[in-house]
Design a protein around this ligand. Structure first.
Ligand code: SAM
Length: 278
């Protein structure tokens, strides 16, 4: 069948999204974890270091008590679980998702407690400390493992990012360093945000963390392009997708943490809420 002519810009967009997908085939989870989740970026003795900053933003958002429900979906989890540590008390089930099978396998291995898994224990201990509820870290680790029942493939560039895998929309979403890192330009970033918003029920909360003004990052042999976004771009994209912003914070990456694995200028954290249907 001869199809209708596709407008050239749509074809270019499809090609650039395909190129991003291709560049991720070389993503090395171990190198990515080493670059971003080990010292100097993960220094738990300094509250103003980037990793403790992210963990505090998440802990404080969940401590409000406003974000809870049956299901939370993490969009583009990658090989990491730190972003779910403060969430696990507030949801019955947590669904992790990623585009790459290698990352989903890293997560499954952590859930099974395989011995060669990345050591998240300093993160879990730190979160127990800052939450101040007297929880033992082993207890939190077990709780999160128990709640992470599904680890699903996802593509945020699809209008239905999880296809038919989802039975019910989530009560909340978390996403860290995904949307800008997989979008070739700002319109695709905005479209990806619109696509994942379909997974969230009206009135649901979204905790979004990402890179500010970054153009690339490294993960082993892979050099991944990132669409540089400003605070204003993120706020505008959220507003266009129908969110209220409850809290917006920024972190300026200090020179000591500019270690050549990316060109990130800072990090944003947003607590947004999808507007209820009128
Ligand atoms: N969330 C983790 C974190 O906080 O470090 C990982 C972020 S990593 C920068 C970006 C992630 O997006 C990778 O795990 C990658 O596999 C995933 N990804 C790549 N293309 C994607 C797509 N089209 N849809 C969803 N996720 C994608």
């Amino acid at each position: 069948m001869r199809g209708a002519a596709r407008p050239p810009h749509a074809l270019i967009l499809l090609l650039s999204i395909a190129a991003v997908g291709e560049s991720y085939q070389k993503f090395n989870p171990r190198a990515y974890l080493q670059n971003n989740y080990m010292p100097p970026r993960a220094d738990f003795s300094a509250e103003d270091c980037v990793v403790p900053w992210k963990l505090r933003c998440l802990a404080e958002a969940f401590a409000t008590g406003d974000i809870h429900g049956r299901t939370l979906i993490d969009i583009g989890s990658g090989p990491t679980i730190y972003q779910l540590l403060s969430a696990c008390d507030h949801f019955e089930e947590i669904i992790a998702t990623d585009y790459l099978e290698v990352n989903r396998e890293v997560l499954r291995r952590w859930v099974r407690g395989e011995p060669d898994s990345f050591d998240w224990s300093p993160y879990i201990k730190h979160v127990c400390r800052i939450e101040g509820k007297g929880e033992q870290w082993k207890e939190k680790e077990q709780k999160l493992r128990g709640k992470l029942r599904q680890i699903l493939p996802i593509d945020v560039h699809q209008s239905e990012p999880l296809g038919s895998q989802l039975c019910q929309r989530a009560d909340a979403l978390v996403s860290t360093f995904c949307l800008e890192a997989v979008s070739p330009d700002r319109p695709s970033f905005e479209r990806a945000l619109r696509n994942v918003t379909t997974l969230l029920q009206p009135g649901g909360h979204f905790l979004l963390i990402g890179a500010l003004e970054e153009s690339f990052y490294l993960a082993g042999e892979a050099k991944l392009s990132v669409v540089p976004v400003s605070e204003a771009d993120v706020k505008e994209a959220l507003s266009k997708s129908g969110y209220y912003i409850h809290d917006f914070r920024s972190y300026l990456m200090p020179p000591s943490l500019k270690i050549g694995v990316d060109d990130v200028s800072g990090v944003f954290f947003v607590h947004a809420q999808k507007k209820p249907v009128a």
